[in-house]
Design a protein around this ligand. Structure first.
Ligand code: FAS
Ligand code: PHB
Length: 390
């Protein structure tokens, strides 16, 4: 069977790409190793840049986002007990962010794909990609024990950090850059009223914490934890007790605790693979890069990759011109590196790095002091957090 584009991965990257190509009349097949329920069960990102909101609107999946998304004009930083509000709206010239869970936008995109009658093969096993340097690329997979092959013009590797596509490229053709952080994030989802209207990023001598949300009745909290820690060691009671230790009196007064409905530990890393194109294979999203979630960039970077890749593919099929495809990797990486820098900077500002000693902590204090005193510093933070232009 021949199909113009085979997309590996049914996460936000793959689904958004599939939807934009469908709207342009370009057929795709998505191959996903997990079940639909498993993909929807993963609790991940929560903050959308306006650029991503605009893309979801263009993709025709903005209705629930408009109805249920929470527009945020700023957030607080609580640094060693001192609160500072970052006025995103005022400092960025009027741009806000929208709080809307990745799970929800993934569901919206899945529903749109089903409505379009576009094919996704869930629980596709042993996906492998072939001949992506040739005249025709091929993808092999197994479903219900039966082997199947797809011939295609292009393969979109939207299969995340551990996916098969990047791993299928000869190491001699790919350059990777990586930093692994010496801690993780312990995340909890609870059906409780969020502690505040806006997010609170906390830097405390005991470690980083983040108070976020998914709605007015669903809260998302994170604690910096050791890499050796296991989620089984963290009862709800222990989690809430540690969170309270890192919050100030005002937040502790307003904190509503309750049973966790999801609890997980995620490692933090910065990672970039260059280039993002290998013949007929194009990498997008986490398949090509990872950021620590501190700057809320992971999901939003996937959106800008898809913006560039979908535009290039649509241009190709309309004009037979490969200029967009040839420019994809360089265009995407320019924005990737800016998001990598910002995510690295915000992670270094707010987390505990005991190995950096007292000088390192004084540098964090000086950075925070500058941020609170300088409008220019605030503007730099705000323009990166709301999202640099595509
Ligand atoms: P995804 O990883 O979402 O999707 C890839 C898909 O490919 C998956 O469904 C996977 O099952 C599938 N796949 C993998 N290998 C395959 C194979 N061989 N064959 C077929 N399918 C295959 N970002 C934020 O901005 N804020 C956050 O708080 C945040 N928290 C995160 C927590 C965790 C634990 C992780 C892992 C990431 C988090 N991220 C966060 C980043 C996350 O939101 C990603 O940026 C986002 O999921 C990227 O989407 P995709 O590129 O589609 O990759
Ligand atoms: C989240 O709500 O999951 C979230 C919000 C902001 C971040 C990271 C995660 O920077």
């Amino acid at each position: 069977m021949h199909v113009p584009v085979v997309i590996v991965g049914s996460g936000p990257s793959g689904l958004l790409l599939g939807q934009l190509l469908h709207l342009a009349g370009i057929e795709t097949v998505i191959l996903e190793q997990r079940s639909k329920a498993y993909v929807l069960g993963r609790i991940r990102a929560g903050v959308l840049e306006q650029g991503m909101v605009d893309m979801l609107e263009r993709a025709g999946v903005g209705a629930r986002l408009r109805a249920e998304g929470l527009v945020h004009e700023g957030f607080d930083i609580l640094f060693e007990g001192r609160r500072h509000r970052v006025d995103l709206h005022g400092l960025s010239g009027g741009t806000d962010v929208t709080v809307y869970g990745q799970t929800e936008l993934t569901l919206d995109l899945m529903n749109a794909r089903d409505a379009a009658g576009a094919k996704t093969v869930y629980e596709a096993e042993d996906v492998s990609i072939h001949d992506f340097d040739g005249e025709r690329a091929r993808v092999r997979y197994r479903k219900d024990g039966l082997e199947a092959w797809l011939e295609c013009d292009f393969i979109a590797g939207c299969d995340g950090f551990h996916g098969v596509c990047r791993q299928s490229v000869s190491p001699s053709r790919i350059t990777t850059h990586e930093r692994e952080y010496p801690f993780g994030w312990l995340g909890v989802l609870s059906e409780t009223r969020p502690v505040s209207e806006e997010l609170i990023y906390v830097s405390h001598p005991r470690g980083f914490a983040l108070c976020s949300m998914r709605s007015h009745t669903l809260s998302r909290y994170y604690l910096q934890c050791g890499l050796e820690e296991r989620v089984e060691e963290w009862s709800d009671e222990r989690f809430w007790e540690e969170l309270r230790r890192r919050l100030d009196d005002a937040a502790n007064r307003d904190l509503v605790t309750g049973p966790s409905i999801e609890k997980s530990i995620a490692p933090l890393r910065s990672f970039v693979a260059e280039p993002m194109r290998f013949g007929r294979l194009f990498l997008a999203g986490d398949a090509a890069h990872i950021v620590p979630p501190t700057g809320a960039k992971g999901l939003n970077l996937a959106a800008s990759d898809v913006h560039y890749l979908s535009g290039a593919l649509i241009d190709y099929y309309r004009t037979n011109n490969e200029r967009g495809l040839d420019a994809y990797s360089q265009r995407a990486l320019r924005r990737v590196w800016q998001a990598e820098r910002f995510s690295w900077w915000m992670t270094n500002l707010l987390h505990l790095f005991p190995e950096n000693g007292s000088f390192g902590r004084e540098m964090q204090r000086a950075e925070f002091a500058y941020l609170t005193a300088s409008r220019a510093a605030g503007m730099a933070l705000a323009e990166n957090y709301v999202g640099l232009p595509y």
